[in-house]
Design a protein around this ligand. Structure first.
Ligand code: AVJ
Length: 322
């Protein structure tokens, strides 16, 4: 039997209940109403997301994993040895497995993840699989500045890893800010490997967010259960439905929680009136063209050093340099 490696010390900057309450009250006070998609990822929400990635309609994860397998040798050559990998929104870190195995002697890995349970699980698993890589997990909302711990063995460079088209969950202004912050974090010698979902057939894109088994709907509506539990709000789950549809004007899927009737919801001493049919926008998932993504990168002071697309342009990986 192998000895159990000590749990890596976790830098805990998890959002506080006050952060959650303030964000929710601000979102429900705005017109149209919104809620931040980052709060989907409590322990249950992260599990449901994993289930989404196994649905036949949601092929992003499978296509990205296959693409990574195909281009890993080129990534390894471009990155070189002794990198410190920093991943934003690492979740179950399934793609990280491929990355750490494919790179030349990575020295450290910093997953930044908002769900503490998911972060501890995935870091523990990776610590077993890669005993020579120092694990430096940070539990945090990566849309705020995140301090990156330094590794015992000095790294040759930082590789920022931002897969899954998580960038798509941010509007263009936020995306440029986020890419700019990533440029700061990686420094002048750094690189960033980013996964982006590409514009395709509208029926395919809409089906990916409306799976027949209803897992995405459960994922979306789980947000209300979380708010009731953590903020003491009184959302009635049955009085809302999930809706995800393509917005051609914004080149994105827009996911809303729609009120099925006129109702008032109480959250932290505030009452919010929802009309019948009124949507709360809870997530945006942008889909990119090559030109659109290049423009975002350029605005953030980054250059596309390598561009790899999956067959039929279903998904893309980009290696960016300052
Ligand atoms: C992997 C977080 C980018 O927007 O496609 C999947 C999240 N939401 N189904 C996406 C998600 C509904 C996903 N991200």
């Amino acid at each position: 039997r192998r000895a159990v490696p000590a749990l890596p010390a976790l830098l805990d900057l998890h959002p506080t209940p006050d952060d959650l309450r303030a964000d929710v009250i601000a979102g429900l006070s705005s017109a149209p109403k919104t809620l931040p998609s980052k709060y989907f990822y409590d322990a249950r929400g992260s599990q449901l997301f994993e289930e989404i990635t196994r649905q036949p309609e949601y092929d992003l994860t499978r296509v990205e994993l296959a693409l990574m397998q195909r281009v890993m040798r080129a990534v390894r050559d471009a990155v070189g040895p002794d990198a410190h990998v920093v991943e934003l929104g690492s979740g179950s870190a399934r793609k990280t497995q491929l990355l750490l195995a494919g790179l030349a002697d990575p020295v450290a890995y910093t997953p930044v993840e908002i769900s503490r349970e998911t972060l501890l699980d995935s870091t523990q698993r990776l610590a077993y699989a890669f005993p020579e890589v120092q694990m430096l997990p940070v539990c945090a909302d990566f849309t705020r500045p995140v301090p990156v711990p330094s590794s015992l063995i000095p790294a040759a460079r930082t590789l920022l890893f931002f897969p899954g088209s998580t960038l798509g969950n941010f509007d263009p202004v936020q995306s440029v800010e986020l890419l700019g912050a990533m440029r700061e974090t990686m420094g002048n010698d750094g690189l960033a490997l980013i996964g982006i979902d590409l514009v395709k057939d509208v029926a395919d894109m809409e089906a990916a967010y409306n799976d027949a088994a209803g897992i995405t709907a459960a994922f979306t509506l789980n947000l209300l259960a979380r708010l009731n539990r953590e903020l003491g709000s009184d959302f009635d789950r049955r009085a809302f439905s999930h809706r995800a549809r393509w917005s051609a004007a914004n080149s994105r899927i827009e996911t809303s929680i729609v009120s099925r009737r006129l109702q008032t919801v109480r959250v932290g001493g505030h009452g919010f009136v929802l009309e019948e049919g009124e949507p709360i926008l809870v997530e945006i998932s942008h889909k990119y063209t090559d030109a659109h993504f290049d423009a975002l990168a350029t605005q953030a002071g980054l250059r596309v050093a390598h561009r790899w697309n999956a067959p039929a342009d279903r998904f893309g990986l980009r290696l960016l340099e300052p």
